[in-house]
Each structure stands twice: as structure tokens, then as C-alpha cells.
Design a protein around this ligand. Sequence first.
Ligand code: SAM
Length: 255
Amino acid sequence: MGEVTGRKAAAVNAPDRVAEAGGSFSGAVRNMFDGIAPRYDTFNHWASMGLDYGWRRATVRALNLTAADAVLDVGTGTGDLAFASAKTARYAVGCDFAAEMIRCARDKTAPGDRTSFHVARAEQLPYSNGSFQGVTSAFAMRNVKPMLVDVLAEAFRVLGPGGRVGILEFSRPQRAPIRWGHGLYTRVLMPRVGKRLTGTAEPFEYLYRSIQEWCSPQEFADFLRDAGFTDVSYRMMGLGTVALHTGRKPPSTEC
Ligand SMILES: C[S@@+](CC[C@H](N)C(=O)[O-])C[C@H]1O[C@@H](n2cnc3c(N)ncnc32)[C@H](O)[C@@H]1O
């Protein structure tokens, strides 16, 4: 934490505020993550108190990957979920539209770790139908909210028949004391620490708002079903602050 204190990120504007002013939500999301990319991992692990490692491992376990499987991680950021999948799968591809996040992911690769990283948009994936046996995503869905239907349709398309999807996203805890504590933590503490780490509080104020405005786990399960996924279920982790949704592409589906 100390080593990054005082470094400044490029100026960012919160995506929801940019969209309210008539600008591009998606463009602002990309600028925001490009701006905070070098400090992203530090903030991430700090903010989750290290729990994010376990959430990613749970996502990989839920997919029941085999050594024959190829996995795509959508909105991969600095690649941690792709790295986790590649420990079990044949290989993992991570894609993200923020080139600086992909640069950080590539910097973390080591010889033989069976990962590759591409700059690509989640709503227009540059992969053929049925290329993967697993699709994962962590904490990216809130950031593609305006085109969520397209993003899930693309995840479905690139999966082969019987392929599995596993999606992690923040949630609002149901139990009152935890909800209040989490609200305080995300609204007050995270922007302060985020500013100290990256030089700007805006992405972390947006993080709070985007969690508040995100759909419920039940609603997100319905989005997955509407995209064609079957066996959709979810489990809550981190005292209800994170939801892991899983589903399957039906075995008989062509694309
Ligand atoms: C909160 S970060 C999560 C990164 C990583 N999955 C993790 O767990 O740490 C969200 C990521 O989604 C990416 N993203 C947002 N919208 C996207 C889009 N339309 N296409 C591709 N990537 C997108 C952002 O650039 C960012 O890296």
C-alpha cells in the first residue's frame, strides 16, 4: 500500500456521470480502467481484504474444468481469473477493452502458464462460435450494463454445446447490519483508500453507485436464462457482498 501512495493516475470521469451528461458510458469505463490499471491489483486485493482470491478460485471450481477445456475470461482486467482458470484448463484467454489493463495482465504472465490476453470488446468478441468450454467473468457485468444482453449473447455464442459460464459480481447484502456496514465501507472508506492509492476517488465513488444500481442476483439469473443458459443458479459469498452465478449452454445448441 505504501509503495503506491502519492502516485497519480490519469484524470478520470465516472462513467455514470459521463453518460448523464450525454457522453459514452462505455468510453468512460475504458478510460477509467486505463487510468487506474497500474494500481488496480493493489486496490482490489486491499478492498476485498484478500477475499477476491478465494472468490476467483470458487468460480473456477464451479466450472468443473478439465485439462481439455479452453476458457475465456471476459473483462479480464489484469487477468487474475484467467490465471486461476489456466491452472486447471488446457489454456485460458483473457479479453478486455482497456489496453492498459491487458498490458498489466501480459506483464504478469510467466512462461508455461497457458494464458493469452487480447484487447477486445465483450459485446463483440473476436472468437468463433463454440471456441470455448468455459466462459468466466469477474466484476465486469456492472460495467457493461447498457449492453448486458449483447454481452451475455456473445458469451453464449463462443461457448461450445454443454459449455459452462461462471460470473462473479458484487451484490447488496440482505441482512440489515451487514448491509449498513457494507454501505459505509463502499461509500466512505473505499473512495478514500482508492484516492490514496490511485490519486482519484471518482472510480471508487462510481463503484459504490454501480453496486447500488446493479440488479439483484435473481434478476441477473433471469438475464442468463433469457440469453439461453440452462441450469442457472447462484451462491452468495463474502457475507452476501458477492454473487457467483453459474449456468450451462444446452448440449444441443448449434451456436
Ligand atoms: C472491475 S474490472 C474487473 C477486472 C477483473 N475481471 C477482476 O476480477 O479483477 C472490470 C473490467 O471490465 C472491463 N470492461 C468493461 N466494459 C468492457 C467491455 N465492454 N468490453 C471489454 N471489457 C470491458 C474493464 O476494462 C475492466 O478491466
